[in-house]
Ligand binder design. Structure first.
Ligand code: SAH
Ligand code: SF4
Ligand code: F3S
Length: 515
């Protein structure tokens, strides 16, 4: 008997146990040794325990790994959301503390990590496609270390598939044990075997992990995980239960980033306004946190993503104070039909969402709202889709991320009967996107001739003489100007509004203390 039963992953006719030691099991499968320290389980990922989350402040790279990467290059490819990108910054920070340096060139890299996303099938397909390419590279350069991490690693079926079909991978780790990278790398390199360590249960909060940030904007995690369990969504399984960082740790990080000269902070969480609900020793909400961040001398503060259900009056009151809090709210609605919202288990209905929008607009008349929408949820009728279209019109969103529903194994929606043809789903997406483009164009047209405050973020992608900037409402602005303006808050006049871009001209030199 093995210490743990990993039969879900294997075709056991070809797998043999070669070693059992320290709670780890090493198998030989088709000539490749694979040591499993821990593997994901949907059943455990669904559990929400009551035990307290510990916070650790004593992270350090093990001494024998501190120079391990000297003279070597790394490449991390990121597939997911901002949370995932921020995890990549941590992974890069860890690799750099081990002496590795960055490269963009796959052929030059000594270690390539794929930080994956599981939210929709097409995100997963891309990763398997990339693994196919990397197989050749690994054959030419056997010393190359290949790793898969992020949300896909938290899926049972993915780990099984990699072990059987992509045995040249050296390392699989998940979203809860990123800090274990130096240890796992050591095991994989010296053991010359594939190492799998994916925790099904969320870990503690590890403070003081190194982060490699770039540019003038910085992400700051305020909480991890999600307890909402929307029926279509894999995130609560891949990211574990909601855990909030302590306010003093978040505020210290924001203050430190302000001192370092960052111009914009994006507070991150799957559900930022559930912040603080898990504190047992105090009452401190997301509204309270925003009110404290507002007092820090940093030009701009944003947050993503807020859930309509947890958007309370205190938060609206604080956001209405503006200052460095921007008047843009990304407020995913998912559908305009109360019946579909119920099937999605979003825990609000159409009327409640519209009422929330009215409350926000009363407090902040100039707020810009953007959203996420899923079309083609199982059983969505033409009438229900029409309700989404009418809600989008009624709210007047300035933008939206729109998706065709993608069934995710292990989620309740994946078992729901779905009789909506693929072609119909694609047509609905197209109609919705056309409407959103019209709404954005109409909203941008109203800005023609107006003077707006923008933060200059960098040169535009296509022309170095043109600067790319963002309004307080997060709209992209292009104007001609000197690159010394990057990082400054300046006033521009909108000359040529387009659907997704505002062309403008600089009207004033930067205001020194403007926020
Ligand atoms: N925590 C955030 C969003 C996380 S995922 C929130 O609740 O708002 C980002 C978006 O992906 C979701 O808002 C949803 O619109 C979309 N999404 C999630 N699961 C999906 C699925 N199975 N199929 C299609 N889109 C999905
Ligand atoms: Fe997914 Fe819903 Fe959680 Fe957002 S709130 S991450 S959509 S389960
Ligand atoms: Fe994807 Fe995981 Fe983010 S599933 S959307 S990378 S939380």
């Amino acid at each position: 008997m093995t210490q743990k039963d990993y039969s879900a992953y294997f075709d056991f006719s070809t797998a043999k146990v070669v070693r059992e030691q320290d709670g780890k099991t090493t198998y030989r499968i088709k000539g490749r040794e694979i040591t499993i320290n821990a593997a994901p389980s949907y059943k455990d990922e669904k559990r929400r325990g009551k035990e307290d989350i510990q916070v650790h402040y004593d992270f350090g790279i093990p001494e024998d790994m501190q120079a391990f990467g000297e003279g070597k290059r790394y490449l991390v490819v990121t597939y997911g959301c901002q949370m995932n990108e921020h995890d990549t910054e941590t992974i890069k920070g860890l690799l750099e503390q081990m002496g590795y340096r960055a490269t963009e060139d796959r052929e030059e890299a000594d270690i390539i990590l794929l930080n994956t996303c599981a939210v929709r099938e097409n995100a997963e397909d891309k990763v398997f496609g990339e693994l196919g390419h990397l197989k050749g590279l690994k054959a030419e350069k056997p010393g190359l270390m290949l790793g898969v991490c992020g949300c896909m690693s938290q899926e049972e079926s993915v780990v099984g598939r990699i072990m059987q079909k992509h045995p040249f991978v050296d390392l699989i780790f998940g979203t809860h044990n990123i800090h274990r990278l130096p240890h796992l790398l050591r095991e994989a390199v010296f053991g010359k075997e594939m190492v799998v360590e994916v925790w099904s249960k969320e870990g503690d909060i590890i403070e003081n992990l190194p982060k490699k940030r770039e540019g003038i904007k910085a992400w700051v995690n305020i909480m991890y995980g999600c307890d909402k369990f929307c029926t279509y969504c894999i995130v609560p399984y891949t990211r574990g239960k909601e855990r909030s960082r302590r306010p003093e740790d978040v505020l210290a990080e924001v203050r430190d980033l302000a001192r370092q000269g960052y111009k914009e902070i994006m507070l991150l969480g799957q559900n930022v306004n559930a912040y603080g609900k898990d504190f047992t020793d105090r009452t401190y909400t997301f509204g309270d946190l925003m009110d404290d961040v507002r007092k820090i001398d940093i030009p701009r503060v944003r947050f993503t993503t807020s859930h309509p259900r947890d958007f309370d009056a205190r938060l609206i009151e604080v956001l209405a104070k503006k200052g460095n809090l921007m008047e843009h709210i990304h407020l995913p609605v998912q559908s305009g039909s109360s019946a579909i919202l119920k099937a999605m288990s979003r825990k609000y209905n159409r009327e409640q969402y519209l009422q929330l929008v009215r409350d926000i607009r009363t407090a902040m008349p100039d707020v810009v709202l953007t959203t996420d929408i899923i079309v083609g949820f199982p059983g969505e009728t033409e009438e229900q889709f029409a309700e989404t279209m009418s809600l989008v019109r009624e709210v007047g969103f300035d933008g939206a991320y729109t998706f065709i529903y993608s069934p995710r194994e292990g989620t309740p929606a994946a078992a729901m009967a779905d009789d909506v043809p693929e072609q119909t789903k694609r047509e609905r997406l197209q109609r919705l996107n056309d409407l959103l483009t019209d709404l954005s164009k109409a909203s941008n047209d109203r800005l023609r001739g107006q003077t707006v405050e923008v933060l200059v973020e960098g040169e535009s992608r296509t022309n170095p003489d043109v600067l790319a900037a963002r309004t307080r409402t997060n709209k992209l602005v292009h104007f001609t100007g000197d690159r010394t303006l990057v990082g400054q808050v300046v006033q521009v006049r909108i000359t040529e509004p387009q659907s997704w871009l505002l062309r403008a001209e600089l009207i004033r030199e930067p205001q020194r203390n403007a926020i």
